[in-house]
Design a binder for this molecule. Structure first.
Ligand code: 13P
Length: 252
C-alpha cells in the first residue's frame, strides 16, 4: 500500500513581523531533527525574503498564501508565480476560503491560479470547504466536488498528482469549533472517492490536509483518520510550542 507522508503546514494569514517571524522560525528549525513529517509555512509576501534566508538549508518548505493567475503584466498589486519561485517558494495556497469569501475569488479564478502555480513548478495547495449554511442544507459534498471539479476540468486529473488538497470547513476556521474526526474523515473520504472515479493512482497518492481549529489537543485524533494526511493550521501555527506539538502529532 502507498504510504502518504504527512504534511503539517502553517498558514500565518496576515500576522507577523520581522522580529516575531525570526523568533518563531528559529524555534521550529531548532526542533527540526525531531520532526519526521513534512513541514511548511505560508507567509505574507513581504516576508518571503526573510523566510528564504532563515529556512534555506533546513527541511522546511515555504510559500505564499495566494498568487496572481497571470504570468506578468499591468496588474497593479499582484504577485506572480514566477516571483514566488524567485524567493524559493515550493508551495502556494490556492482558493483559501478567506480569498473566496472576502476577496471574491470564483471557482474559475481559483482554477486559473492553480494552473499558474503549476506552470512554474510550484505545488498548489488547493483549499475547499463548505460554509455552515451549506452544511446545514446538506450540500457539503456537492460544494466540495464543485470546487474540486472546477480545477480538474481545467488542468486535468493527472495534474492533481503535483498538488496537495486541503479540506477546510469554513465554519471551523478561526472559530475554535473543529470538525469532529468523523465529520472530517467523511469529507476526506468523499474527496478521495471523487478522485478515484477519475484516476485510482492519483486518488491513492493525493495528500488531503484538514484545516479548521487544529490544535495540539485535537491533532492526533484527526491525523489518525485514514484519509487525513496532515493539517493546515492557522492560529496555532503562530505559537511555536503549539505548532511543534501538532507536528509531533503527525509523527506517529
Ligand atoms: P485556524 O487554525 O485558525 O482555524 O485556521 C485554519 C485555516 O484557515 C488555515 O488555512
Amino acid at each position: 500500500m502507498f504510504m502518504r507522508k504527512k504534511l503539517v503546514a502553517g498558514n500565518w494569514k496576515m500576522f507577523g513581523s520581522l522580529q516575531r517571524n525570526a523568533l518563531l522560525l528559529d524555534r521550529i528549525v531548532a526542533a527540526g531533527s525531531g520532526i519526521s513529517c513534512d513541514v511548511a509555512v505560508f507567509v505574507p509576501f513581504p516576508y518571503l525574503g526573510q523566510v528564504q534566508g532563515l529556512l534555506t538549508g533546513s527541511s522546511l518548505v515555504w510559500g505564499a498564501q495566494t498568487l496572481s493567475e497571470f504570468a506578468e503584466g499591468a496588474y497593479t498589486g499582484e504577485v506572480s508565480a514566477g516571483m514566488l519561485r524567485d524567493f524559493g517558494c515550493g508551495l502556494v495556497l490556492v482558493g483559501h476560503s478567506e480569498r473566496r469569501n472576502l476577496f471574491g475569488e470564483s471557482d474559475s479564478v481559483v482554477a486559473a491560479k492553480f494552473a499558474a502555480a503549476q506552470a512554474v513548478g510550484l505545488v498548489p495547495v488547493l483549499c475547499v470547504g463548505e460554509t455552515l449554511a451549506e452544511r446545514e442544507a446538506g450540500a457539503t459534498f456537492e460544494v466540495v466536488v464543485r470546487q474540486l471539479s472546477a480545477v480538474v476540468d481545467r488542468v486535468g486529473i493527472a495534474a492533481m498528482n503535483k498538488a496537495v488538497l486541503a479540506y477546510e470547513p469554513v465554519w471551523a476556521i478561526g472559530t475554535g469549533v473543529t470538525a469532529s474526526p468523523h465529520q472530517a474523515q467523511e469529507v476526506h473520504a468523499a474527496v478521495r472517492a471523487y478522485l478515484a472515479g477519475l484516476d485510482g493512482v492519483v486518488a491513492e497518492e493525493a495528500r488531503i490536509l484538514y484545516g479548521g481549529s487544529v490544535k495540539p489537543g485535537n491533532a492526533a485524533e484527526l491525523f489518525a483518520q485514514p484519509d487525513i494526511d496532515g493539517g493546515l493550521v492557522g492560529g496555532a501555527a503562530l505559537v511555536a510550542d503549539d505548532f511543534l506539538a501538532i507536528c509531533q502529532a503527525a509523527n506517529r
